[in-house]
Design a protein around this ligand. Sequence first.
Ligand code: PEP
Length: 255
Amino acid sequence: MRKINISGNWKLNKTASETKALLVELKDAVATAQKTEIVICPTFVSLSVAGEILQGSNIKLGAQNLFWQESGAFTGEISATQLKDVGCEYVIIGHSERRQYFHESDSTVNKRLIAALNAELLPIVCIGETLEQRESEETFSVIESQLEGALAEVPEAAMSQIALAYEPVWAIGTGRTATPEQAEDVHRFIRRKIQSLYSEQISANLIIQYGGSVKPANAFDLLKQPDIDGALVGGASLDADSFAGIVDAAEKIEG
Ligand code: PEP
């Protein structure tokens, strides 16, 4: 049975004191949720305070990125051990904004993924096509090569630690959501690809989250698709009521 995962990606938003205030609100707003895995990923500088506030709650802490080296002369970078030390359990890897603005490639995504796995962090690996790629009917080939690149040398035994997030770039922060059918088509494709790379069992247990303008109003229809196991939420995670509305939708999914 796959547990629905609703993760909030706060991107470059909220100071440490604003983080504290929003998390206090959020903890209250989702306190009754029982079935859903809930994760919040604030900025690096707020992780420490967030870790303290979330202790004992049903919200897990995640980071938005990590570097693959453990320590040394890598100015501005953050290691997996440092993330674990402040209470992170999850880490987002390969978000399209990292790929688009910071030149991340499938190969750097892979290095970050291996580092996260070695530190026993739970990676949420993002993949997704641009509008141009979708319009030129390259969606499936792009997804296939992103998967092969990100998962290179990742052993079968590590796959139970990993979640994937399908995030069509054209739907992120644009208010334009993939229809449940469009999203399901790609999620099904991803699951089949994982089956061919690993096994039926790995594929059947893999969490595949959808991301791209998820809101309370569209969450239920997306989450009830058979291959959609959660959401990675940007904008709507910055408001306690909106995020709680998405968690509520997840709690209503049968199974
Ligand atoms: C995201 O940041 O991963 C995202 C999907 O953003 P939004 O929900 O704002 O589209």
